[in-house]
Design a protein around this ligand. Sequence first.
Ligand SMILES: Nc1ncnc2c1ncn2[C@@H]1O[C@H](COP(=O)(O)OP(=O)(O)OP(=O)(O)O)[C@@H](O)[C@H]1O
Ligand SMILES: [Mg+2]
Length: 246
Amino acid sequence: MSLLRVDAVTRRFGGVVAVDGASLNVPKGTITGLIGPNGAGKTTLFAIISGFVTPSAGRVVWKDADITSMKPHQRARQCISRTFQIVQPFAGLTVLENIAIGAYLRHADRSEAMRLAADVAKRVGLAAQGGQQASALTVAGRKRLELARALATEPELLLLDEVLAGLNPSEIRDIIPLIRAIRDDGVTILMIEHVMQAVTNLCEQVTVLAQGRVIASGAPRQICTDPAVVEAYLGRGAAARMQAHA
Ligand SMILES: Nc1ncnc2c1ncn2[C@@H]1O[C@H](COP(=O)(O)OP(=O)(O)OP(=O)(O)O)[C@@H](O)[C@H]1O
Ligand SMILES: [Mg+2]
């Protein structure tokens, strides 16, 4: 069953067509990858799915209901949650208080929100840092915090915008099983990712965006050898040149 469907969505910013007639399907219970060169429109598509940006055309369908005009907080209530590419925790708050911000979506009571935050902190490997100021976290810690804040809203769909960016190979290796465990707990995941090792490791299917358009979609291994994808990353004629040198 398709949990989320994006139907022919377009978004213009002045003269720039950031997303151009893109369609996407996210089946329930999967990890789906969204890849593409810089400026391809990936984050804009996330903003459209989560309601921060309104599309100029097209529809966003959640569990067979059209949610295109729904506000971000309403979508969060409908169990769609996102992380942000630029991670900005509230510096004056502790790690647990930052996570609790997500928990307040469904738990108005502070002690309940803090209890849920503590559970989530444990789940993402931040239990020991719960009482620390969020500003004291390393980059890897901030990425985990961003993941935790989104998880604390108790999502059914989690949109991860480059949670591995800026991490070193061993930090990436540590976080991959965490993402898989979140899916195994029943959360469907759509992830934007440049780290291909993570994409091939985690994703059942991948959609490739280039200049706002979907140019390929399928299993990760199949995507990596698709000439249109190779050209989008490496330039026109690259696929033929690689063939010639093979
Ligand atoms: N609010 C905005 N106003 C104007 N232009 C925008 C806005 N948001 C995005 N754009 C433009 O839309 C295009 C797509 O940007 P977007 O951030 O969605 O790409 P991306 O695929 O996430 O790139 P990256 O891999 O670098 O994160 C870019 O040309 C960008 O400059
Ligand atoms: Mg982006």
